[in-house]
Design a protein around this ligand. Sequence first.
Ligand SMILES: [Fe+2]
Ligand SMILES: [Fe+2]
Length: 464
Amino acid sequence: MPEGESSLDRAGRWHESGQSGNMKHVTFCGLGIMNLIDDAISNPDPYYIKSVTEFSASRDVVTSADIYSSTGIKLVAKGTHIDSSFYDKLVRHKLTESPIDRSLSVKDAVTPEDIERDALALLDADTQLSLMADALPNSGVLHNTLAKIHLNDTLAFKLTLARETRPKLYRHSVRVALISLYLGARLKLDAESMITLATAAMFHDLGELHIDPALFEGDRQLEQKERQYIYVHPMIMYLILKEYPEYHPAASEAVLDHHERLDGSGYPRNLEGGSISALSQILAVAEVAGSLCGRVESDACAYVEVVLKLNSSQFRNDLVGFLAAIARQGNTGAAGDVEPDLASIRFGLQKIDRILAAWDAAYLPYRDTESPVYLSYIQTRLTSLRKGLFGAGFNLGGQDAMIQGIEADPVSLSELRLLVRETCWQINGVVYETRRRWPEIAQRAAAADMALNAWAEQVQTLLG
Ligand SMILES: [Fe+2]
Ligand SMILES: [Fe+2]
């Protein structure tokens, strides 16, 4: 077996010959990341235990093994029917390193056939997904592949918990799995890779079950510390999944890297280009397209088109092309769920102008010198954003002329509204990512640090 390849033994476990180059040293950068992960999954995993306790009110959850604290105290015996006292019993203790759902079982847990049935219902109800199915010579590959996912007891339990307590998360998983499979089919992946891709897609965000659900609700701006918990969700699920040799290492790798971006702007490993595996790249694009459907409803297709255009340097071009073609077909030209409001579009354009001009002024003293890495990072991200805007027909600095041409055209105005919205989202993203990578800068006062802090503050005031 060549170096870096994987093989399945007779017991159904995956083995690697060495590790693939990319997974040899999985290191997580950032201050205190391992503490955050430890907080989330074993110390003592309060949000997960709370969800399980609530879940037990409607379903019969039974312990399939004894549960011990890290100091060896037996907290709950095997065969116990979980009730409301479960949370109080467990939450005061640091548990053993083994994930708690190894010790839990529930009757009628999610099966691959259930996933297939849910996928068929979603395909029926969703225009974008049905267009994808129609574009394939064999649309059955989408739901058939989902029926072939392997679910061990632990992962079946986790998925059941997601379906019953976080239905939005479960629906997102199925949607992203279908989009991933559509892309995989367009790339003519072999059957085994398709199953690995579907597996990664179904599990990619289940790490969120270990994080305070309040962080995912509403539109409130999160504090940097709260945001750190969101950044660790791919690592949590990666660490859980790689405990099980029956899952192909490429599946856990794709879970870990589903927020990485080709231009190096993603997380958690800050990978770029070819160091991101093919399956991870597919999952990343599918994840973005799937998430947008949750962010807007009736004009989702138009939004997907805008976002992909704007972020073309972050994703594989061929994958973007496959999705953009679907988005164009689904974009009926309807104005969407919100009437385009000229005044708010104008206001958004002015804010973008001010933010970009403020950045240019802040960066000017460093333009021809060797600037600190965090300033270069922002400059690169904003240059790429400007290129994307230019490519999308956005006339930076000439907004009045841009609006004059389309004032009476609701479809163009609607697209412009989405473009403004996404640009603001992207700029906020640049600030969050800079804070994640270089958290210490917020406390420092050298000239370059102050330049960044003042600009970030301005972004927050205008867009926050
Ligand atoms: Fe995610
Ligand atoms: Fe996701």
